[in-house]
Design a protein around this ligand. Structure first.
Ligand SMILES: NC(=O)c1ccc[n+]([C@@H]2O[C@H](COP(=O)([O-])OP(=O)(O)OC[C@H]3O[C@@H](n4cnc5c(N)ncnc54)[C@H](OP(=O)(O)O)[C@@H]3O)[C@@H](O)[C@H]2O)c1
Length: 224
């Protein structure tokens, strides 16, 4: 039983498929979630739609500008790779002493399908750690197909691999609050690069089989 209140959550880029899906699932799990956008009215519209569709209260999920979403205990970055620097450079100070979760993948798509693109800092999560050095940065949710989060709200039956040097207890708890998700600690933040790159494989598999599968590891102890 938790004796402290749950941390509050902000989602930067919360109007995209992943951000809105995480916002919904975390709100359903009891978190207070601020869904952020570069445009306040867009965030408000998306949050209103999620509440109307899923019966979530306005006290647990609402829309706001990204800088308001950034002023929360845990902040999820759910923007395309090219948006990371322009998003975080102006608001990085707000993220000091905050747990920041990166879902960002840098992928390319061509005639042979999805493929990882190089990131000078190693990975998108490591770029974020460079841009917000006083935050505790973790990488998670890379392999979760966004459509699965909102298609229905049933259990997901998948693992979320987490890489991060700090803040993992908060992150694990948040990940496991989503129905049917097991948090798997993958190691330090430098392992975010292979996690991000593996997303290309997951997308290729999903395209091949025309499904929205996630990742599951076998043989882990119950307390993984
Ligand atoms: N979609 C998935 O299934 C999935 C799964 C796992 C991980 N991811 C990763 O999670 C991230 C978000 O995925 P997504 O599919 O939700 O992305 P998306 O729809 O392309 O973008 C999400 C939101 O980011 C904001 N945005 C777009 N360009 C931006 C920029 N240049 N600067 C700042 N904000 C910008 C937009 O919100 P506003 O215009 O409202 O500001 C947009 O709605 C990506 O890095 C992706 O690789 C996606």
């Amino acid at each position: 039983m938790r004796d402290a209140p749950l941390p509050t959550v902000g989602i930067l880029g919360g109007t995209g498929p992943l951000g809105r899906g995480l916002a919904l699932r975390l709100a359903l799990a009891g978190y207070e979630v601020v869904l952020g956008s570069r445009k306040t009215e867009r965030a408000v519209g998306v949050a209103d739609g999620l509440r109307d569709d899923h019966g979530v209260g306005v006290d647990v999920l609402w829309g706001a500008a990204n800088h308001e979403a950034a002023a929360r205990d845990v902040v999820i970055v759910a923007v395309p790779f090219d948006g990371v620097r322009p998003l975080l450079e102006p608001i990085g100070d707000l993220l000091a002493d905050t747990v920041v979760i990166s879902c960002v993948n840098r992928l390319g798509f061509d005639g042979d399908g999805p493929h990882p693109l190089p990131v000078e800092e190693g990975s998108a999560a490591e770029l974020i750690a460079r841009l917000v050095p006083r935050a505790q940065v973790a990488a998670a949710f890379h392999h979760v197909p966004a459509g699965r989060l909102t298609r229905d709200t049933g259990p997901l039956d998948m693992d979320v691999l987490i890489a991060g040097d700090d803040g993992l207890p908060h992150v694990r708890e948040l990940v496991e609050a989503i129905d049917g998700v097991r948090a798997v600690s993958a190691g330090p933040l430098r392992l975010s690069r292979p996690l991000e790159e593996l997303t290309a494989v997951v997308i290729a598999v999903n395209k091949h089989y025309k499904v929205t599968a996630g990742v599951r590891l076998t043989g882990l102890p119950d307390t993984a």
